[in-house]
Design a protein around this ligand. Structure first.
Ligand code: TRH
Length: 382
């Protein structure tokens, strides 16, 4: 049975469907609402082990714990409902417990109930953002909240001090030295630094030999995750965190799965970031560096529509040759085939893409962030 605590301002429900993105997003938001707005946040998570990968302080054996000012609750079944907060955020269409919904309906006025959806650049998002969905039996409305890139959406998750922290880190040789110390030492001077986070992807096996044959050194940093088997096949041996593979111009460093803040620092330092899903994809944009996105695969290739919607937006201000290079390579990365020509065309665009990534980041950072829009919306309904 769960202990009850005093009523918080926000309840956030997170179901770890697979991977790290669900808890990655929920944790960032919970922490931000606490640190920037001093809100009392209770975060319900059904899978604390996954959470611990991003935040090693999490004790997966505890039902209740407080970290960084956020109350973290293991989402247990059966669920004994405490008094709901005044704002209830269910994330990514996870179904919050019936007992909790019933408790919400007993409150007058009832809490503001929001479903936070996945990030997409598709045009339909603006039309669905903040639409209500009445509960079939109870006097409750749930509102759909869509993050997005336009003003007519819920915006993007971004901490107030993110840009300042990045700029400070990238200007501070001592902080970087400490980072590299933990990541196996400073890379060879003049290396193209690449971080690699992806799903299983046959293109990895095609790309590594191309980097091996490159004219300049390539240092590829791989936090332990699903690309590992492809790298082991390339290396011809089992690999673990701390291992290094050197062939030709290529050095591959296998890193442990990093704490979320350390992963940000890796993105800030690399010349090119391969990212996936939702949260790392967005963090790579805040890193203001060129990136390659492997989108979360969906049935009937629905994800390719989402990929193209983002590409259309991202490439709008690019010269035609660079836009084509990005489009071709990202498509090859997502559905094959990656070959030398596509990689070389893409690599030739990197200087342009670096400048573009800076402009893109600056333009996005001028907009209100997701937490601000969530709070304004909640206030407007209270
Ligand atoms: O893990 P993901 O594939 O998550 C996905 C997506 O969110 C997808 O939309 C969703 O449907 C699915 O989960 C269930 O990729 P994503 O979104 O990039 O999340 C990874 C998180 O892990 C992100 O918060 C960054 C973090 N991370 C670390 O903290 N350390 C690391 O070393 C790495 C590689 C990632």
């Amino acid at each position: 049975m769960l202990k009850t605590s005093s009523r918080p301002d926000w309840d956030i429900f997170c179901q770890v469907i697979d991977n790290f993105g669900d808890i990655g997003v929920c944790w960032r938001l919970a922490r931000q609402l606490r640190s920037e707005r001093q809100l009392r946040v209770r975060l319900w998570v059904d899978e604390l082990e996954t959470f611990r990968a991003l935040l090693p302080e999490v004790d997966s054996g505890r039902s209740i714990q407080e970290l960084h000012g956020v109350e973290i609750r293991r989402w247990e079944t059966p669920f004994v409902s405490p008094l709901p907060a005044s704002v209830v955020l269910e994330t990514f269409a996870c179904r919050i417990p019936e007992a909790f919904v019933a408790a919400m309906a007993q409150q007058a006025p009832p809490p503001i109930w929001i479903n936070l959806d996945y990030l997409s650049a598709e045009a339909w998002v603006a039309g669905c953002h903040t639409l209500p969905s009445p509960h079939p039996r109870l006097p409750l409305n749930k509102f759909f909240f869509f993050p997005g890139f336009s003003r007519a959406t819920g915006g993007l998750l971004r901490e107030r001090d993110l840009q300042a922290r990045r700029q400070q880190f990238t200007a501070d040789a001592e902080q970087q030295r400490r980072f590299w110390h933990q990541a196996g030492g400073a890379p060879r001077a003049g290396s193209l630094l690449i971080s690699l986070f992806a799903y299983e992807n046959p293109a990895i096996g095609k790309l590594l030999p191309l980097w091996q044959a490159a004219g300049t050194p390539v240092c590829c940093l791989v936090p332990l995750s699903r690309p590992l088997p492809a790298i082991e096949r390339y290396a011809g041996r089992p690999l673990k965190a701390g291992d290094v593979v050197r062939r030709g111009a290529l050095e591959i460093r296998i890193l442990p799965f990093l704490e979320q803040d350390a992963y940000d620092r890796l993105l800030w330092l690399c010349d090119l970031n391969f990212v996936r899903g939702e949260d790392s994809f967005l963090r790579a944009q805040w890193a203001a560096r060129p990136m390659v996105w492997q989108i979360y695969p969906q049935q009937e290739a629905a994800h390719l529509v989402k990929l193209d919607a983002f590409l259309a937006l991202y490439c709008r201000e690019l010269p035609a040759a660079s836009a084509a290079g990005v489009h071709e390579f990202w498509h090859a990365w997502n559905r094959g085939p990656v070959d030398a020509v596509r990689w070389q065309n893409f690599a030739a665009c990197l200087p342009t893409l670096r400048e573009h990534a800076r402009n893109w980041q600056e333009a996005l950072a001028e907009e209100e962030d997701l937490s601000t829009r969530l709070l304004s919306f909640a206030r407007s309904r209270l």
